[in-house]
Design a protein around this ligand. Structure first.
Ligand code: HEM
Length: 252
């Protein structure tokens, strides 16, 4: 349990203080961490599957001018038909993702507040060096950038609200919307930067989740360390290829 003790100097000098421990929070810290881990893994799985679906952008257009990316979008909307109504399955995914996102963001701010209360005036020390430490320190900031990205992205390619979306946006024309949007260099650049941020956030997030889920075995940790970097790297490379290809005129 995290101890809030305003007088750590006293303890450091061998003096015992009578100050009370921090009040027990209503929602325990371990439960918050577990919530973060599970909702984060849901998002990790989503971005991997979403990236694989996005790669349909590289498929050849049909002879009639249609595109496999649009067919894929239509398939998502009619998933489970006729048992599930049109867009029913899509709305279930959307609700699960939204709940996961709200819980994840709430958990991030709540944990951050508890951590800084517990640290008091003391700074974090003994962080492992290099990229790991960089990711650790920037989790909150990279998370906020990703939240901004998700809002922009939905306005851009799902709802179609300018200036996030291109002027020519039309519902159902997923391929044309995507090409029109990424033809604007600043949008392509924003997506590319967001995917690098996603790599740092997701790789460190998966690794944190491994610990928070209590996986301590040597062999499993060695395997999952590779997974923690490989999956986000694949997501980043696959996704970045899309705006880059539009920008260079290879797709469009
Ligand atoms: C270059 C990278 C990406 C591309 C090209 C891309 C492409 C798309 C496209 C074309 C759609 C609209 C699909 C449709 O209308 O059926 C979409 C929707 C969406 N994307 Fe992405 N995406 C990318 C990255 C991401 C990332 C990293 C996330 C999550 C952090 C994400 C989350 C979403 C969400 C939540 C939706 C809305 C789905 C819905 O409710 O219909 N995307 N994306």
């Amino acid at each position: 349990m995290t101890v809030k003790n305003a007088d750590r100097d006293a303890i450091a000098h061998g003096k015992i203080t009578e100050r009370p421990l921090r009040e027990r929070p209503k929602f325990p810290t371990w439960a918050l961490k577990l919530t973060m881990a599970i909702t984060g893994l849901i998002f990790g799985l989503y971005v991997l599957v979403h990236m694989i679906g996005n790669l349909k952008v590289f498929a050849a257009p049909y002879a009639d001018g249609g595109h496999p990316l649009n067919t894929y979008g239509e398939w998502l909307r009619t998933l489970g038909d006729p048992i599930i109504p049109r867009e029913g399955a899509l709305w279930i995914f959307r609700i699960v993702l939204l709940v996961a996102l709200v819980l994840h963001v709430y958990g991030a701010f709540a944990l951050n507040k508890r951590a800084s209360e517990s640290r008091g005036k003391f700074r974090r020390t003994n962080l492992v060096g290099g990229m790991n430490s960089f990711s650790t320190r920037t989790m909150l900031v990279s998370g906020i950038i990703l939240l901004a990205f998700i809002i922009f992205h939905i306005l851009d390619l799902t709802i179609g609200v300018a200036p996030a979306a291109a002027d020519v946006f039309q519902h159902g024309e997923i391929y044309a919307n995507l090409v029109a949007s990424f033809s604007r260099w600043w949008v392509a650049a924003f997506y590319i930067i967001a995917m690098v941020v996603l790599f740092f956030h997701l790789s460190h997030g998966i690794w944190l989740a491994v610990s928070d889920l209590g996986i301590t075995g040597h062999r499993w940790r060695a395997i999952l360390l590779v997974v923690a970097y490989a999956v986000p790297a694949i997501v980043m490379i696959g996704n970045i290829a899309i705006p880059l290809s539009v920008l260079f005129g290879w797709v469009g």
